[in-house]
Design a protein around this ligand. Sequence first.
Ligand code: UGA
Length: 434
Amino acid sequence: MKIVVLGAGYVGLVSAACFAEFGTQVTCVDQSEEKIDALSKGRIPIFEPGLDDLVERNVRNGNLSFATSMVPAIHDADAVFIAVGTPTRRGDGHADLSYVYGAAREIAQNLSRYTVVVTKSTVPVGTGHEIARLIRETNPTAEFDVCSNPEFLREGSAINDFMRPDRVVIGCESDRAAAVMKALYRPLYLIETPMVIAGLETAELTKYAANAFLAAKITFINEIADLCEKVGADVQTVAKGMGLDGRIGRKFLHAGPGYGGSCFPKDTLALMRTSQDKGVPMRLVEATIDVNNRRKKHMASRIMAACGDVVKGKTIAILGVTFKPNTDDMRDSVSLDVIPALQEAGAVVRAYDPEGMDEAEKLLPGVIWCKDAYEAMHGADAAAILTEWNEFRALDPARMKAVLKSPVLVDLRNIYKPEDMRAAGFHYTSIGRA
Ligand code: UGA
């Protein structure tokens, strides 16, 4: 089978490489000549474990190619996947669909045989039907169906999420389109992946519902963590005790500094706006957004509290600046709230991140960037762990104490045990553990 994937961003590139790995002929298209040029030479613009090997292998075996135009590949494609960006629209929180609709018009002008047009980008309910209308308007004789096939890829484990998903959701309205989609995902049938075949709106909403639910789940455990601190309970044990109930599940109950990234903040906001526009405001989603925003802003004051509430003239070491480990993505990372607040209060910030520093440097002026965690802690009055990179899990407490001016550690990801760190002589604080 042959497909075109529009957009060589995170979702487009991972999907293109994974479909190619399934044996599909994939052309991945992006308007950015610089990006396509780099990709054609085997340079991957994002950090995602395993993606470089996957791209390299499939370019070499001829299954994957890159182009700046969808023509000619679209002429004999069975499906075109729209995986362009849907950022939050400035000012109102709605998803900005201009790239999606632009792609739909261009597809319409170039359709020459029956093709399934698939939305992979996260798009609000109703977008699929609007795409169909736009294509019909632009090219009344075009033979096509529109499908929604939302992605459930987590940065850092996207390839595994694509190759071994919990489910595949396909929204479509014709048997012909469903047959094409099923054929594309045939390798997953062999591992008995559940397929949810639904209407367009149902598939579109499923994606938002899943992300908003996970965001609410994290926010719930974060609020329980705050209560744990007040009543002398341990949030990790509470999460385990809750999560072992099969109806709840243990995943996404890890308390922390608040969720970030390119998806939960944007998708909860878009869902909130859609629900308000439709006259059925989702109070739980609104509260989740509000509680999470406040939480991220509050994290700097936790670090200040560990320094006796005064950080003026003090040096703080920040370990990890990306929104989660195994990515170089800084979008909506808690570090973007914490570091400027510390600097505003007069602190000098030294920081280290294994992958995120190139991007972070542009967003966080005035930070002293270091080559490793120990260099960041050198002479610091306190250290704070913001991202749970594996290399921070096994730091040597004796060496940390030797380089820090005072043994103060604020662990916003709960990667150390309080009793171990206290025994090692640290003034240690974490999340939801009295
Ligand atoms: C998320 C979803 O998990 C994917 O299923 C979805 O496809 C993707 O959004 C998307 O819509 O494209 P991602 O944003 O890559 O994936 O990262 P997550 O692993 O979900 O983490 C999001 C945030 O929640 C991070 O800041 C993370 O630190 C935080 N988190 C996650 C917690 O604080 N606690 C947890 O227990 C889990």
